[in-house]
Design a protein around this ligand. Sequence first.
Ligand code: AHG
Ligand code: MN
Ligand code: MN
Length: 280
Amino acid sequence: MNDILNAIKQSAIEIKELIETGDTGKSENQNATGDTQLKLDIACDVILEKLFAKVPSIKAIVSEEQEEIVELNKDGKYLIAYDPLDGSSLVDVNLSVGSIFGIYENDFTGNNIVASVYVVFGPRVEMVVAQDDVKLYRLLKGKFEFIQNIVLKEKGNLNAPGSTQNCWAPHHKAMIDDIFNDGYRLRYSGGMVPDLHQILLKGGGLFSYPGTSDKPKGKLRQLFEVFPFAYTYEKAGGQASDGFKRLLEIKTSHIHDTSPCFFGSNSEINRVLKVYKEHA
Ligand code: AHG
Ligand code: MN
Ligand code: MN
């Protein structure tokens, strides 16, 4: 596992440089989900594939930016699914972005995830590693230094409600309104990495990206975005749900499947479960 973490650390240094100096324009390609790829998405994907290809413990990789699984080492133990640059369209407005990694064994499914890592590129570069617990590292003078463990409180005060509001179900809208009426503050940048990072570090709250009338299965991708953060939130003492059950229990039939998702501290997720159960 350490060799994988070292490859991710090296990728962060190279991706930071690319974010600072690279071309934020569009490419002529679309990814498997149909998003137009930015030149930055492709360049970050190339950096990661090159670094992971040198790690013997990796059996196979799959990137949000590629159609297929890439086999690396027959005898490798780990499978890695990653989003090279989540929120890439935010780079040209100079908001924070991130890389997300889910590390799996045996199969790319939620119940097979064994570790997760994300890197947030903001005013500082930070890396969060979830294994048995959740650890925050910061890039200081070219090296990642351990800063602290991350543990969620039982209840927070931030609310990050994603997706298009006029496509929300009425019970979802009522729930979000109630949460604000209880005094929660809106914190939503449009990048799930910094939005979820903020909730983790400020003690708790709710991030939601529900199923909507235009996207009944939500937008966020299970292997690259949803499962890695579900793992991190659970290990930090919170919960991650699709509104009805644990995200890590949902089935994946295709590598680019999406899922509605809710991440948060216990109090907020219990609230979501109650509302969604009443409207099932
Ligand atoms: P991408 O990997 O395509 O850049 O995805 C960005 C994601 C995620 O970071 C964010 O939470 C969500 O898209 C925002 O979507 P909306 O603009 O629909 O709220
Ligand atoms: Mn993404
Ligand atoms: Mn992406």
